[in-house]
Design a protein around this ligand. Structure first.
Ligand code: ADP
Ligand code: MG
Length: 285
């Protein structure tokens, strides 16, 4: 289900590029913003809008941090259980072989734990918000560390395809990780129990961009709903799920805003009952 590459440029006009019949996937694309700075002083109304926008951004980043914290806490707890269990095993079995094995497992788990807290600290501190040549492959792998347990729990089989020698993107690693986390959690929730998730990173055909695809075999999005999914507060979920994720309707709005700020493009294609694919293009370094 490959969508046409043609994407409209103005941000405000998110338009469907196919009519979304039952067979063909419905698609929607968003482009870069056109912020024409105006010299005239802002009216009260414009100031109020700016104020509300600032609030919205704040809510979006709080929601993102909330999802990240909840994800990481569950994952961290899981790692601690591994450490505790292998420490117990090492104490019980005094032979060198068992102890070496236990210590090896403890070391692996502790390294994972440190990666998890590292990610949280980086996000909380807003480190690397600047746009710089960024290895998106590494970001994909770091993000998957956070979601490994969750994907296993819901029996989601994750495939990662990173093109060898793929270019770096001009990006904020932190922000792109937020986007990825949003997309992966949405995909996991759309899959429910048992399904496939593909994450693919490659140079675009024209070699000008790096293309990231997140494709799931989940419920899909009805064509009628598709134009709304990037709207702030649009959600079809009844609040957060049992692991505290989703339901705010702020995830995709934040994704779009972040991709727009990168002068990138985000596009979605979806077929009900088959699945959904989000494609993000970012300028290559
Ligand atoms: N991968 C997906 N599969 C199906 N529906 C999706 C997917 N991603 C997003 N959606 C739809 O878009 C809506 C908005 O997503 P989002 O902005 O992340 O908010 P939230 O996850 O809090 O509901 C979701 O409620 C869901 O209906
Ligand atoms: Mg979401």
């Amino acid at each position: 289900m490959n969508a046409p590459n043609a994407m409209p440029t103005p941000a405000a006009t998110a338009s469907r590029s196919t009519s979304g019949t039952n067979d063909s996937p419905a698609t929607l694309a968003g482009g870069a913003p056109c912020n024409a700075p105006s010299a005239a002083p802002l009216s009260d109304e414009q100031q109020y809008i700016q104020h509300l926008k600032a609030h919205l951004r704040q809510s979006q980043s709080m929601a993102a941090l909330g999802e990240l914290t909840s994800t990481a806490t569950h994952e961290f707890n899981n790692v601690l259980m591994t450490i505790i269990n292998y420490a117990r095993l090492g104490i019980r079995n005094r032979d060198d072989e068992s102890r070496d094995k236990a210590l090896g497992k403890i070391l692996d788990a502790a390294e994972r734990a440190s990666k998890i807290t590292g990610t949280i600290l980086a996000q909380a501190r807003n480190r690397s918000e600047s746009f710089e040549p960024t290895d998106l492959g590494a970001i994909i792998l770091d993000t998957l560390v956070l979601l490994e347990r969750e994907m296993n729990k819901y029996r989601v089989s994750v495939t990662t395809e990173i093109q060898p020698g793929v270019a770096k993107a001009i990006a904020s690693g932190n922000q792109i990780q937020r986007v990825l986390l949003n997309l992966l959690i949405n995909a996991r929730q759309a899959i429910g129990e048992g399904g496939e998730l593909l994450i693919r990173l490659a140079n675009s055909d024209d070699n000008q961009s790096v293309e990231l695809v997140v494709r799931d075999s989940g419920a899909g999005i009805p064509a009628a709903t598709l134009p709304q999914i990037f709207d702030p507060f649009f959600s079809t979920k009844n609040g957060p799920d049992e692991s505290g994720k989703g339901g705010t309707g702020l995830g995709l709005a934040a994704c779009k805003e972040i991709v727009d700020a990168h002068r990138g493009k985000i596009r979605v294609e979806s077929t009900v009952g088959v699945g959904t694919a989000f494609t993000i293009r970012l300028p290559r370094a």
